[in-house]
Structure formats: structure tokens, C-alpha cells
Design a protein around this ligand. Structure first.
Ligand code: HEC
Ligand code: HEC
Length: 357
């Protein structure tokens, strides 16, 4: 705001200066005479000038007074400049953030609005959606039209850090409707555009509990209680359906499987969409047998994580590029962390389910 008022003051000074020059120009033109008569009388450098009396009297005082006034102006303006400079810089930073969000918003918009259609697949506010796609059978070559679940993006920074999201945007998920967008991945966007898209994604995040308004990109704290209740309600509904189908005796026992396959209003960030082939287009193969994420069946996971608590903290934190996990695993940053979205009990339930696969 201060930066804006400094700009306003700047404009006023600029306008006054320009007007001053215009007035000076016309006044000067009027007093300038067309040349008539002898040059000896009219040439300014040959005209007799003021006498000493006039030169050293009031005229000199006036010029000196001007000098003092200008000096005073400089003495006041310089410290003022120092006082306002930090505010100006802060204003420039927040202005930049706003501009990035609005530029990113143009890229995020639907095709009809001139954007790259993130909104068309992931929803205008990033709540998730579906994407039309065709998958072909690797053996028979048979092609089939499907609707691929596009995950929610309004929680993306709950699950990934910024560099991981940048990787997804640049390289896409080449086997899915999510195409690469960055030049390095073969897409149309330069690094600057990817950065503005990331700013747009930050602006879409469900505000975190424990973050202040001053820090729009705050990444501490967890989902607000209302959102957690929504996940819990969705998972309970799904668990009840499993009990009704006779798969489990109690809702508590069914919770792990329900969370593994969780979808709908919670925005489809479940485990199954990466670990069960075909889940994303409604034609799931054997549960957890691996797709984008590893095969979790046949006891492999328990071998990789002999200690269940170790596995729980892996699910909470997600994998990190180059970092070790489990016994001999090395993360790529592509496995999201769920600690900010699911409760400890929920993570425990889903881990127990995965270990039973
Ligand atoms: C044609 C539909 C489509 C378009 C357009 C699209 N996406 Fe996606 N996006 C998807 C699908 C489907 C997935 C999930 C792929 C999978 O199953 O792993 C996805 C995944 C993602 C992910 C990873 C989410 C996660 O939790 O795994 C991010 C981030 C993302 N998209 C951002 C964007 C942005 C930003 C744009 C715009 C430049 C965009 N997408 C355009 C369909 C689309
Ligand atoms: C966006 C896709 C994605 C989602 C969603 C996802 N995973 Fe993963 N998962 C991966 C990838 C990729 C890996 C491989 C590790 C890596 O590349 O860093 C992995 C690795 C794992 C591993 C380690 C397997 C091993 O033996 O090394 C476990 C266990 C796991 N995921 C469980 C889960 C559970 C439980 C959930 C749901 C709460 C889940 N994943 C959700 C992509 C995903």
C-alpha cells in the first residue's frame, strides 16, 4: 500500500514537472521576438546587462534563497527515500506474488478461456475431476475410451513439496491424461510459466490450520478439522459398504481397505490410483499389484519394512528424492506423504491393510 502511495507521489511530481516545462516553453516563445533591426542591438550577448547594483542586490539573494530551498528539499527527500525503500521492496514482492497467481491463473484456465485446461480436468478450484482418455491393451492393442480420475490439486502441497510438484508439472504422468507441460518434458511451458502455475496452485490450497494470512505459501500444520471430518465420513461410508457386502465383520476392520481406495468428495488422492492398475478408470486389476507405484502384494512390502512403525512414518512423510527408506529403498519423491491429511489411526489402518495384501 505504501509502495502504491509512493508511486502516486512520483506521478504527481512527474506531472507537475511536465506541466512546468510546457508553461516555460510557451512563456519563452512569447517573450522571444522575431528578429528585426540590427544584430548589435538585438543579439543577447551584446545587449548591455544589469548593472552591479541590481546583480548583487535582490537578484543575488533570490538565487541564494532558491539554492537553500533546493538543499533543504534534498536533505528531507533522501532520508524519506531510505524510510520508504523497505516498504517499496515489500510491496514489490507481494505485487509479484499477485501477478504470478494471475498469470498462472491464465495458464490454469480451460481451453475455452484460452488456458491449458488444467481447470477442465482438475476443476476450476482444483477439487478434482475426470479426464477423457483412451487406454490400449499392451498385448491385444485393443483401444478403449475411459474416464480417468484427475486428482484434487487443492491439497497438492499437503502431499508433495514444491520441487516434487514442479517435477510432475514438467514431466507429467506420461502414461495418463496428465501430459508433460515443461519444455524439458517435451511440453509447451518455459520455466517462468511453470513457476507462475505453481503460484496459482498455492493460491488454490485449502487454507491450513495454524497458518497466518501473511504467509500465503505456508506449509506447516494439517488439514482443517472440517476437511478431516469429510475424509472420515467418506471412509466410514465406504467401510460400511464393505461390511454390508460381507467382506468384513466390523467397520473398524474395513477401514484400511476403505482408505486405500478412497475417492469421491475427498478428491481421489487414494493409494489405489497409483498402486492398483486400472483403478483410475474404473476397471481395477488385482488390488495393490502395482502401476505407477510399486507392487505392494505378496509380502514384498513387509520385507521392505520389517518394522511396521517405520512403514507408518514412510506413509506419513512420503518418499524424498535420493533419500533412503525401508531396508534398501531409495525414494524418487513421487510417493506422496499423507501425514498432513490422514490421522495416525487412519495411517495405521491403511498400513495394516497393505501388509495383509
Ligand atoms: C486431460 C486432463 C488433464 C489436464 C489438461 C491436466 N491434468 Fe493434471 N492430471 C490429470 C490426471 C488424470 C492426473 C492423474 C494421473 C495419475 O493417475 O497418476 C493428473 C495429475 C496431476 C498432478 C499430480 C497430482 C497427484 O496427486 O498425483 C498435478 C500436480 C497436476 N495434474 C497438475 C496439473 C496442472 C497444473 C495442469 C495444467 C497445466 C494439469 N494438471 C492439466 C489430468 C489432467
Ligand atoms: C501419486 C502416486 C502414489 C500414491 C497416491 C501412493 N503411492 Fe505409494 N508409492 C508411489 C511410488 C512412485 C512409490 C515408489 C517410491 C518412490 O518412487 O519414491 C511408492 C512406494 C510405496 C511403498 C513402498 C513400497 C516398497 O516396497 O518399496 C509403500 C508401502 C506405499 N507406496 C504405500 C502407499 C500407500 C499406503 C498409499 C496411500 C495412503 C500410497 N502408497 C499412495 C506412488 C504413490
Amino acid at each position: 500500500m505504501l509502495a502504491a502511495s509512493t508511486t502516486a507521489i512520483g506521478w504527481v511530481i512527474f506531472t507537475i514537472t511536465v506541466l512546468g516545462w510546457v508553461v516555460y516553453y510557451f512563456a519563452n516563445r512569447r517573450s522571444a521576438q522575431a528578429e528585426l533591426g540590427s544584430e548589435v542591438e538585438l543579439a543577447p550577448n551584446r545587449k548591455p546587462y544589469y548593472d552591479d547594483e541590481t546583480l548583487e542586490g535582490r537578484r543575488l539573494e533570490r538565487v541564494q534563497l532558491f539554492g537553500v530551498l533546493l538543499l533543504a528539499l534534498i536533505v528531507i527527500m533522501l532520508p524519506l527515500y531510505w524510510v520508504f525503500e523497505p516498504h517499496r521492496q515489500a510491496g514489490a514482492v507481494s505485487g509479484k506474488e499477485g501477478r504470478f497467481v494471475s498469470w498462472g491463473g491464465k495458464l490454469y484456465a480451460t481451453t475455452a478461456e484460452g488456458g491449458f485446461n488444467c481447470a477442465g480436468c482438475h476443476g476450476a478450484s482444483g477439487g478434482g475431476g475426470v479426464a477423457p482418455y483412451s487406454v490400449s491393451d499392451p498385448l491385444t492393442g485393443e483401444v478403449k475410451a475411459v474416464s480417468w480420475t484427475a486428482p484434487a490439486l487443492n491439497t497438492i502441497f499437503y502431499r508433495y513439496d514444491e520441487s516434487e510438484v514442479k517435477f510432475i508439472l514438467v514431466y507429467g504422468r506420461p502414461f495418463s491424461p496428465m501430459s508433460p507441460w515443461g519444455l524439458a518434458g517435451g511440453g509447451p511451458m518455459n520455466d517462468q510459466q511453470i513457476e507462475t502455475l505453481i503460484a496459482k496452485l498455492w493460491s488454490l490450497q485449502i487454507p491450513r490450520e495454524g497458518c497466518t494470512e501473511d504467509d500465503p505459501n505456508c506449509d506447516v500444520g494439517t488439514l482443517p478439522a472440517s476437511e478431516k471430518q469429510r475424509i472420515d465420513a467418506d471412509a466410514t461410508t465406504a467401510a460400511k459398504a464393505l461390511v454390508a457386502a460381507g467382506k468384513y465383520a466390523t467397520v473398524d476392520e474395513a477401514m484400511g481397505e476403505a482408505l486405500f481406495n478412497l475417492s469421491t468428495s475427498s478428491g481421489a488422492y487414494s493409494c489405489a490410483r497409483c498402486h492398483t492398475q486400472g483403478w483410475s478408470w474404473g476397471d481395477p486389476g488385482p488390488t495393490g499389484q502395482g502401476a505407477f507405484g510399486w507392487n505392494l502384494t505378496g509380502g514384498a512390502t513387509a520385507k521392505h519394512f520389517p518394522d511396521q512403525a517405520d512403514m507408518e512414518s514412510f506413509i506419513a512423510a512420503g518418499s524424498e528424492y535420493g533419500k533412503r527408506y525401508g531396508v534398501q529403498g531409495q525414494g524418487s519423491g513421487r510417493m506422496p506423504g499423507f501425514g498432513a491429511m490422514l490421522t495416525e489411526e487412519q495411517i495405521q489402518a491403511v498400513v495394516e491393510y497393505v501388509r495383509s495384501l
